[in-house]
Design a binder for this molecule. Structure first.
Ligand SMILES: Cc1cc2nc3c(=O)[nH]c(=O)nc-3n(C[C@H](O)[C@H](O)[C@H](O)COP(=O)(O)OP(=O)(O)OC[C@H]3O[C@@H](n4cnc5c(N)ncnc54)[C@H](O)[C@@H]3O)c2cc1C
Length: 384
């Protein structure tokens, strides 16, 4: 059977599900194809929570996109009648002049983002779980508007609302390949050939498999996350504890997200090391978490936030898809007017999902976007 669609979206993880929503609300006839189930735990978008922050140390050009994303999060919460955001604030810790501390301050100054300087002597009183921290930070900054968002709930919400607007979805169907021919693109998936005017590829860690033209700039890494059963569980809830992103004297930063009052299991404070993963392939990655990995997380948590430390009682493996410069890559396939790829979200993309969906919908339906995304184009790697 042959169908012709305005747009097909490959991959309904964070970005593909958001694109499906943004396309369907613009009236496009759209099909989403996902190899797993909606909200599955084998890609980059599982684990119950993702930090949302606005004072962006990675690059101030992300801030206008984040403002738009924040609006999108409110819209999808309203449309799906589902709570997705928790504004518990975020504490950054690091050394004066470091990339994180200097970058957070620059973005906050440039865009008027509220940011409190927290003196080290006031830290324990204001945020008791960080009292007696033995990581020697020289500066702490608190962003009250930050917090976290729920990945699986968000993906299910995007898909549900899109389906209500007429989007079609094929779950548990892997796209084998696609080819552009004249004015159409043919997509081969599960023994069926679908034809479409526009193709959007949001394959996350499978990006190099689905869009070989983008293979060279991306590398997947294996990332371990753990849930800490804190000795004082009340202090570790989002009522009392902020999310945090802490540089360390030795090693990559530790981030953490407090327990939410309406948390889906597993329970506890979620922690992980930002960076530090081994290179992996999504189809052969080691998905077991080893004792030495949970022990390392426990030890680092004890140093950074002793008041919320405790044993790691649950853990999971997830994947980052990294570009050489740490910035996303969103662009047409070279020489194509019909195929757009969004990937390389480098362990910090989830919070952007609604705005990435919006710009993918604009590119697919209008040929370009008005959103300021020039710094995310693919040809920056050819020039490097
Ligand atoms: C441990 C961890 C912590 C993170 N923390 C944060 C954070 O705090 N804040 C933040 O903003 N970001 C964070 N991120 C990053 C963020 O989660 C990712 O950037 C984002 O989820 C990437 O979304 P994606 O749509 O590119 O990939 P995914 O959500 O993995 O989606 C890709 C989808 O494509 C499907 N697919 C692939 N190939 C095919 C095919 N051939 N046919 C059909 N379907 C296919 C896959 O099954 C998958 O569902 C974190 C990531 C990890 C791993």
């Amino acid at each position: 059977m042959r169908n012709t669609w305005d747009v097909i979206v490959i991959g309904l993880g964070a970005m593909g599900s958001a694109a499906l929503w943004q396309l369907s609300r613009r009236g496009a006839r759209v099909l989403g194809i996902e190899q797993g189930s909606i909200g599955h735990a084998l890609g980059s978008s599982h684990g119950g929570s993702r930090i949302f922050r606005m004072a962006y140390f990675e690059h101030p050009d992300y801030v206008p996109l984040l403002r738009r994303a924040a609006r999108g999060w409110s819209e999808i919460e309203r449309a799906s009648q589902t709570r997705l955001m928790n504004q518990c604030g975020l504490l950054y810790g690091g050394m004066t002049g470091s990339k994180v501390i200097a970058g957070v301050k620059d973005s906050a100054r440039m865009y008027g983002i509220a940011l409190d300087v927290v003196n080290r002597r006031d830290l324990g009183e204001r945020f008791p779980v960080f009292a007696h921290s033995c990581e020697p930070m020289s500066e702490y900054l608190f962003e009250p508007g930050a917090g976290f968002v729920r990945p699986e709930r968000s993906i299910r919400s995007f898909v549900r609302v899109a389906q209500r607007s007429g989007a079609h979805v094929r779950e548990r169907t892997r796209v084998d390949h696609w080819e552009e021919s004249g004015v159409r693109v043919e997509v081969h998936a599960g023994g069926v050939v679908e034809t479409t005017k526009q193709l959007v590829i949001c394959a996350g860690p499978w990006m190099a498999h689905c869009a070989p033209q983008f293979a060279a700039p991306v590398v997947n890494t294996r990332q371990v996350i753990g849930w800490v059963s804190s000795h004082d569980p009340v202090s570790a809830t989002s009522y009392q504890m902020p999310a945090f992103f802490m540089e360390r004297e030795a090693g990559e930063p530790l981030y953490g997200i407090p327990t939410a009052h309406d948390q889906d299991p597993p329970y506890g404070v979620k922690i992980g090391i930002h960076g530090d993963g081994s290179v992996c392939d999504p189809d052969s990655i080691d998905r077991r978490v080893h004792a030495h990995e949970t022990q390392e997380l426990e030890a680092i948590m004890q140093r950074v936030a002793p008041g919320a430390a405790g044993p790691v009682t649950a853990s999971a493996v997830c994947m980052y898809t990294n570009t050489p410069d740490g910035d996303f890559v969103i662009d047409r396939v070279p020489q194509s007017h019909r195929v757009t790829v969004a990937g390389g979200f480098c362990g910090h993309g989830f919070k952007f999902a609604p705005v990435i969906g919006e710009l993918l919908a604009e590119i697919a339906l209008a040929g370009s976007t008005t959103l300021p995304t020039g710094f995310l184009k693919r040809d920056r790697f050819d020039r490097a």
